[in-house]
Ligand binder design. Structure first.
Ligand code: NAI
Ligand code: 15L
Length: 279
């Protein structure tokens, strides 16, 4: 081997997917994952109801689409091999808003997946499907769901849709109940729920490529000191979290203390458990 070839970097790995769809690509996580998932597919099709940055090059396709529009979602999914489904309302909102984006949106996505023979979905579920457990009650992904609002209910519905489309049509899904995925934990609760962008990316990649997952539900959480979730289900994916919120503890604990009767100090879902009513 010549010294030149010995010192040149290895060629980039070939993409493992033909076309990967990323919904919610204009959102907080979508913008991060748009960059990080691009090497996984020959073409990354990015979509959102909101304006998106133009395609970087021929390896990207940009499609504006409202998940509540069944025909538009059908066209969006056509030609894709897998989807990372982040799109939708991501906080507690009136039911009618959640219904359109999250409930109808999940149904439209899976219907399109069925019609177009797409075989793998990674669904951005949420810890709010189980938000009414107390922070003193450790649970795993098999615990009875206890949604903490319309948003949590919609994610619970999304998990049921995923299970149904696997049982009936063989479409495999990993539903990731994401904790709190931000650049850093923003408050004391998030010291337990934080998921770094690096760990999120690894979890999604493993969720896309681990064979024979059926419908698998896992929590999306980093290796934080005080986690409420037994995440052994994620071992099925070979996922081992690399990051921890400990690096941010001193900064977060410099914030004013949280009253013991504040939902943020009681429930796993924190303030989501006390939202609404909206009438
Ligand atoms: P985000 O709100 O920043 O992004 C969601 C995106 O979905 C937005 O760009 C929005 O325009 C788009 N969207 C909303 N309604 C739509 C519709 N009708 N049709 C098409 N697109 C629509 O949220 P974020 O933080 O990026 O989260 C991404 C996903 O992960 C969401 O599904 C959220 O529920 C889930 N998640 C995020 C967590 C986090 O800590 N960031 C925690 C738990 C779950
Ligand atoms: C979620 O499901 C939300 O999408 C996100 O914005 C955070 O609020 C997160 O949960 C959380 O529980 O911290």
């Amino acid at each position: 081997m010549s010294s030149d070839s010995a010192s040149s970097p290895p060629p980039p790995p070939s993409p493992r997917l033909g076309r990967l769809l990323l919904t919610g690509a204009a959102g907080g996580l979508g913008k991060v994952l748009r960059e990080r998932l691009r090497p996984l597919a020959r073409v990354l099709r990015v979509s959102d109801i909101a304006e998106l940055a133009p395609a970087a090059d021929a390896s990207e396709e940009v499609v504006r689409c409202d998940l509540a529009d069944k025909a538009a979602v059908d066209a969006l999914v056509a030609g894709c091999d897998a989807v990372v489904h982040l799109g939708g309302v991501s906080i507690e909102r009136p039911f009618e808003e959640v219904l359109e984006a999250n409930i109808k949106g999940a149904f439209h996505l899976y219907e399109a997946a069925r019609r177009h023979g797409l075989k793998r979905v990674v669904f951005a579920s949420s810890n709010h499907v189980s938000g009414f457990y107390k922070q003193t009650e450790p649970i795993d992904a098999h615990a009875l769901r206890r949604p903490d609002g319309y948003y949590g209910l919609s994610k619970s519905f999304g998990e049921d849709v995923a299970q149904f489309y696997f049982d009936r049509w063989g479409i495999e899904t990993v539903s990731i109940r994401i904790g709190s995925s931000f650049p850093e934990p923003l408050n004391r609760r998030m010291l337990s729920t934080w998921l770094s962008y690096r760990d999120l990316t690894t979890l999604i990649e493993k969720s896309l490529f681990t064979p024979s997952v059926g419908h698998l539900v896992v929590y999306g959480v980093s290796a934080n000191r005080d986690v409420w979730w037994d995440n052994r289900a994620a071992e099925r994916l070979g996922f081992v979290a690399q990051d921890s919120s400990e690096a941010f503890r001193a900064k977060v604990e410099a914030q004013p203390p949280v009253a013991p009767d504040d939902p943020n100090a009681i429930y796993q879902g924190g303030a989501f458990t006390a939202q609404g009513p909206f009438d």
